[in-house]
Design a protein around this ligand. Sequence first.
Ligand SMILES: O=P(O)(O)OC[C@H]1O[C@H](O[C@H]2O[C@H](CO)[C@@H](O)[C@H](O)[C@H]2O)[C@H](O)[C@@H](O)[C@@H]1O
Length: 264
Amino acid sequence: MTPADRLAPALDAALERLAAAPRLLVALDFDGTLAPEVDDPLSARALPEAAVALEALRALPQTIVALVSGRSLESLAHVGQLPPDTPLVGSHGLEVRLGAGAPEPAVDAADRERVDTLRAALAPLVAAVDGAWIEDKPAGFAVHTRVVEQDAAAALQRDARERASSLDSRLTVRDGKNVVEFAVRDATKGDGLRILRERLGVDAVLFAGDDVTDEDALRTLGERDLGVKVGAAATVAEHRVADPAAMAAVLAELAVRRRGILSA
Ligand SMILES: O=P(O)(O)OC[C@H]1O[C@H](O[C@H]2O[C@H](CO)[C@@H](O)[C@H](O)[C@H]2O)[C@H](O)[C@@H](O)[C@@H]1O
């Protein structure tokens, strides 16, 4: 870590305490936290320095690295590029994969029918806007507008929301970065993180995220945990870093300190 990257004193102290946890879960959002944003979601990758830090953490005893994302599990496994035993939470908490086995079922036939009906109704609106596209997920889909002209993007998001709510009043609708998402099941990253915490039997959790939906996970943290917001947006997290590069430096520092404590 260079002097310019030096940790804020409060984060430095919190990291030192966390590094000594008997059994530690490092649970991380992916896009905007480990990986810089790109136009094609399937091309997103964790920064190389973040990937190295995650590997260093994974190599330590009693230390579990997990990803908690709005992506589908399939997409998250593809971009995350972590070993198959890595716990993954996808679809904002709905899909959970603990270890290398098959994930728990996320939706049933009735859910799929609702998704298909909604998608068929919104697809023509999306197809009419240059650059807009639909990313499918098990319990819904995301309408991406990242490369759409600003006014057209705002109009599409508004029209899609109105059409969706007129068709299905029980939908969960989420705003993201240049994306609006529709889901027929309501789950949050807080639910996903609670499942990881309980099933993995950890004493402390580091969670870091950059987006609105990460706040649900940050709100579940307790005194022994550490929450980090990546970027400048409003947050309940006690600590903040500027960007994925700074987050990678925090993860690298945690690995160094924990290795030192565990080998003392
Ligand atoms: O919870 P996350 O891991 O942060 O996932 C949130 C959404 O990430 C992806 O979309 C975002 O990143 C894309 C790649 O950088 C970018 O093109 C898009 O504009 C962003 O919204 C993903 O495609 C979504 O499904 C996730 O919900």
